[in-house]
Design a binder for this molecule. Sequence first.
Ligand SMILES: Cc1cc2nc3c(=O)[nH]c(=O)nc-3n(C[C@H](O)[C@H](O)[C@H](O)COP(=O)(O)O)c2cc1C
Length: 264
Amino acid sequence: MAKESFFKPFYSVLVLAFVCSFLVSLASVGLRPLQESNRALERKKNILLAAGLLHGDTKDKDIDTLFAQVEPRIIDLATGAFVSPKVIDPKTFDQSASTNDPQLSQPLPKDKDIAGLRRLEKYSLVYLVMDKGKLKEIVLPIRGKGLWSTMYGYVALDSDLRTIDGLAFYEHGETPGLGGEIENPAWEAGWQGKKIYNDQGKVALKVAKGASKATGKAASYEVDGLSGATLTGNGVQRLFHFWFAGQGFKPFLERLRSEEGKNG
Ligand SMILES: Cc1cc2nc3c(=O)[nH]c(=O)nc-3n(C[C@H](O)[C@H](O)[C@H](O)COP(=O)(O)O)c2cc1C
């Protein structure tokens, strides 16, 4: 019987490892377009959900049709002005990646970073929901630290630009059953009709500890807390106070309000 080469098993393992890694990379590259289109679909669904335009029986194939009434735009957060799609294309802009780009974001000083973001991007996506050529709602991306994680969501504002139409958190690492209840549609429904700004234009929204006991006008600025998850609720309150004040969407909302006033 011919003697087996000492190196043969090593060659076989090497070839097998090479073939396997080639197949894995091929699958990863080949599946990338599918993963990207799934991510885009999820993003659209969450925006529609916040805007109250997604229903239990909505099929994936109908998402694009529903999304036709949503106009994604880019804004400059500091000035609140729209950025031309010729300068930055909202269809391809990666806001999340921009937070790591020193040209497109900057560090937040600790005393201003109440939502625990560390860096703030220069540009943000916003989504205008149109109805017969008129602004019906506006959906804004929000994020901020909870107890364990950064919580990502969308909030839809009514055309008065201060009343909440809907809220949808879609990504977080809070504890299921406790802080994780931020994605419970029943809790999110309690945000509908709440006002972000008071009559003086200050962010007045609060998340109560437990069920809200506020009455009268104060009730329109307060939502129920999450039982056993006050710390996550505090994080949600802080992220609203961050995103709707001057460093967040306030310059944009004020600019839009004065433009809408001129047009309407
Ligand atoms: C394993 C574990 C996970 C927890 N997860 C959360 C959470 O996701 N969010 C939260 O606010 N509190 C969480 N808590 C509870 C907090 O430590 C804290 O007790 C709570 O936020 C206080 O809220 P309460 O005053 O409404 O009880 C967790 C506690 C434990 C032991």
